[in-house]
Structures are given as structure tokens and as C-alpha cells.
Design a protein. Structure first.
Length: 99
């Protein structure tokens, strides 16, 4: 009997771990912001994006941390994965609106 209980508990813990990995694990705010800066630089293509990049770097991480606090880790994880997978700045900005 104890053996079945420990086996059931192990399966339960493993299931929780897999679900956590799938839905809550997210790229760090630094990784999300680095990708956004990369997208801005690729969209600028030769234009002077220096001031825009500096402003983005200073506010992006703070905004990402605020997003985690305000909306929770699961919503942030969905947002962060969407931004990191985006191939253009327009796609990354659409992640913010939930589309």
C-alpha cells in the first residue's frame, strides 16, 4: 500500500514539474529586452537608433518586472515566449496586446 502511495505521489510531482516547465517557465526579463533591442536595431537599418535603444534598455527590464507583479508569472511567461519568438518589432508589440 505504501509503495502505491509513494508511486502515485511521485507521478503527481512529476506532472506538476512538467506543467510548470510548459506553462510558467519563461525567458528572463533580460533575455526579452535583449531580443527587443535586437529587433529595434534590425528595423533601424542604418538610422541612428542610439537614443531609442538607450531608452528601451533603461525601461524594458523595469516594465517586464512590473508585468510579472501585475499579471502573474503565467501571463508573463506567455508574453515573454511570444516576444522572444517574434521576428519583427510589430509582432513583438502585438504580444503586449494579447493577440
Amino acid at each position: 500500500m505504501a509503495r502505491w502511495l509513494s508511486l502515485g505521489f511521485s507521478v503527481f510531482v512529476l506532472t506538476l514539474g512538467v506543467l510548470w516547465f510548459m506553462f510558467v517557465r519563461a525567458p528572463s526579463p533580460e533575455a526579452v529586452c535583449a531580443h527587443k533591442v535586437q529587433l529595434v536595431m534590425s528595423e533601424a537599418q542604418g538610422a541612428d537608433a542610439g537614443p531609442l535603444v538607450e531608452q528601451l534598455q533603461t525601461t524594458c527590464i523595469q516594465n517586464a518586472q512590473r508585468r510579472i507583479q501585475m499579471r502573474g508569472k503565467i501571463k508573463y511567461a506567455n508574453y515573454a515566449r511570444c516576444v522572444v519568438e517574434a521576428s519583427s518589432l510589430e509582432q513583438a508589440e502585438r504580444c503586449s496586446t494579447g493577440s
